[in-house]
Design a protein around this ligand. Structure first.
Ligand code: AMP
Length: 418
C-alpha cells in the first residue's frame, strides 16, 4: 500500500517509522516531514494546513491511504478534503475534531455522555470569569476555548494571573482543579468500535521535578507499573465508548485517534482533556511497544472495519522517550544549530533510536540542523523501565547540540517503584 503521512514532528517520525516496518506498506511519503522522516519516507514540501494542496498531493502520488498527524490540519478539515477525493484517511472530520478544537464542545459532549470530568463553567465576560474563579477557589484552572498548541491552559494559585489569562482569551473554560497522577490513553476508533492502546505518562513541565513552565512535552514512558490493571477497561467503559457513541449520535462520528488525558484523582478517574490525534511524545513510547503492524490497524479504523480486527499484540518490557530541546525552549527557542552524534546515539539492535521533531537538512544535504523548540525524541526499549531509561539517557549523552537541554528524571519515579 502507498501511504502518505501529514505532519513533521517526532510523532510523525514515530508513525512513519512504524509504518515503514509494516510489510503491507510498499511506498511511504510524508508532507512536510523533517530531516529524520526523510530517512524512512519521501518528503514533500506541501503546506499541511492547505486541505486542497494535501488532497492534490495524495491524488498525484496515487496514495491509497492518508494519515493526518497533527491537530491543526484536522480541525481545519484537511481529512475531509482528502476523503472528498475518495481516499481513505486516518483522522477525524473537522467537525468531530472539535472535540479537541473547542474545550467547551468537549465539555458539552462529556456532559451528554455522562463522562466523568472536572466541573466547569464556560465564560465570556470578566464578571463570569470572576464568579467562576470564586466558586472553585485556588488552585485556579483557566483554559482557552480554542486550539493553543498546549499553551492555552493556566493552572495557578494567583487569582490575578488566572484573571489575566482569561482576559487574553475570547472564551474560556474555568474548572475545578483535579489532583492525582495524569495518564494518557489513546484509542483507535472507526466511529463505532473502540480499540484502546496501552497507557502512557508524559512530562509537561520543562524542568526536573516538574519545575518551570509548561511545554509540548519533555518525555514519556509506557507501561505504567503503578496503574490499576483495570484502568484501561474502566476508561473504555466510562469514557471512550460513551464519547464515541455520543459523537455518532450527534451525526458527527469520530474516526481516528481519540486521546483521553486523564487524572487519577482520589474520587476516581476524570477526563482532563480530549485530543483528536496521537499525542506527542507518548506516541513515541506506545508505538515502540506495539507489535501489531500499524498500517493495518489504522486502515481498519479509516474504512470502518475495526470490529473484525484481531486483538492487538504488544512487546514485553518498557519504552522511554526523552525530548532534547533547543536553547531557550519554551520561551524563545533557538534554531539553526548543527546536531552531532545522531548515528552514535542509535544502537545496532534497534533498542535505542532517535526520532526527529524540529530538524532540517542544511544546504550541504548532510548536516542536520535544529529547527524548532523540541528537536529530538530519543527513544529506547528495555526489559523494564530501569533498563529503557538507562539506554535512553546513554543515547542522549551522545548527542551534541549547543545550549540544548533535557529533563533527567523521565520515568525515574516509576522505575524506582518497579
Ligand atoms: P490540557 O491542555 O487541558 O491538557 O491541560 C494542560 C495541562 O494542564 C494538563 O496536562 C494538566 O497538567 C493541567 N490541567 C488541565 N486541567 C486541569 C485540571 N482541571 N486540574 C489540574 N490540572 C489541570
Amino acid at each position: 500500500m502507498k501511504v502518505l503521512v501529514i505532519g513533521g514532528g517526532a510523532r510523525e517520525h514515530a508513525l512513519c517509522r512504524a509504518l515503514s516496518l509494516d510489510p503491507e506498506v510498499t511506498s511511504l511519503h510524508c508532507a512536510p516531514g523533517n530531516a529524520g522522516i526523510a530517512q524512512v519516507a519521501q518528503v514533500h514540501a506541501v503546506d499541511q494546513m492547505d486541505g486542497r494542496a494535501v488532497a492534490d498531493l495524495a491524488v498525484e502520488l496515487g496514495a491509497e491511504f492518508v494519515v493526518v498527524g497533527p491537530e491543526a490540519p484536522l480541525v481545519a478539515g484537511v481529512a475531509d478534503a482528502v476523503r472528498e477525493r475518495g481516499i481513505p484517511v486516518f483522522g477525524p472530520s473537522g467537525e468531530a475534531a472539535q472535540l479537541e478544537g473547542s474545550k467547551a464542545f468537549a465539555k458539552d459532549v462529556m456532559a451528554a455522555a455522562n463522562v466523568p470530568t472536572a466541573r466547569s463553567y464556560v465564560c465570556t465576560t470578566a464578571e463570569e470569569v470572576a464568579e467562576a474563579l470564586d466558586a472553585f477557589g485556588a488552585p485556579y484552572v483557566v483554559k482557552d476555548d480554542g486550539l493553543a498548541a498546549g499553551k492555552g491552559v493556566v493552572v495557578t494559585d494567583d487569582l490575578q494571573v488566572a484573571k489575566d489569562h482569561a482576559a487574553g482569551c475570547d472564551r474560556v473554560v474555568i474548572e475545578e482543579f483535579l489532583d492525582g497522577p495524569e495518564v494518557s490513553l489513546f484509542a483507535v476508533t472507526d466511529g463505532t468500535t473502540v480499540v484502546p492502546l496501552q497507557p502512557a505518562q508524559d512530562f509537561k513541565r520543562v524542568g526536573d521535578g516538574d519545575a518551570g513552565p509548561n511545554t509540548g512535552g519533555m518525555g514519556a514512558y509506557s507501561p505504567l507499573p503503578w496503574a490499576d490493571p483495570k484502568l484501561v477497561e474502566e476508561v473504555q467503559e466510562t469514557v471512550l465508548q460513551p464519547t464515541v457513541d455520543e459523537l455518532r449520535r450527534r451525526g458527527t462520528p469520530f474516526s481516528g485517534l481519540l486521546y483521553a488525558g486523564l487524572a487519577i484523582t482520589s474520587r476516581g478517574v476524570r477526563v482532563i482533556e480530549f485530543n483528536a490525534r496521537f499525542g506527542d511524545p507518548e506516541t513515541q513510547v506506545v508505538l515502540a511497544r506495539l507489535k501489531t503492524p500499524l498500517c493495518g490497524l489504522l486502515y481498519a479504523a479509516a474504512t470502518g472495519h475495526l470490529a473484525d480486527f484481531p486483538e492487538l499484540r504488544w512487546r514485553d518490557g518498557a519504552a522511554v522517550t526523552v525530548v532534547v530541546a533547543s536553547e531557550g525552549y519554551p520561551a524563545s527557542p533557538r534554531s539553526g544549530d548543527p546536531i552531532g552524534g545522531l548515528a552514535e546515539a542509535e544502537t545496532e539492535d534497534g533498542t535505542a533510536y532517535v526520532l526527529h521533531a524540529g530538524t532540517r537538512l542544511a544546504e550541504d544535504g548532510e548536516t542536520v540542523l535544529s529547527a524548532g523548540g523540541r528537536v529530538l525524541s530519543v527513544t529506547a526499549m528495555g526489559k523494564d523501565l530501569t533498563e529503557a531509561r538507562a539506554r535512553a539517557y546513554d543515547s542522549v549523552a551522545k548527542i551534541t547540540l549547543q545550549g540544548s537541554h533535557h529533563r533527567s528524571d523521565i520515568a525515574a519515579k516509576a522505575a524506582a517503584g518497579e
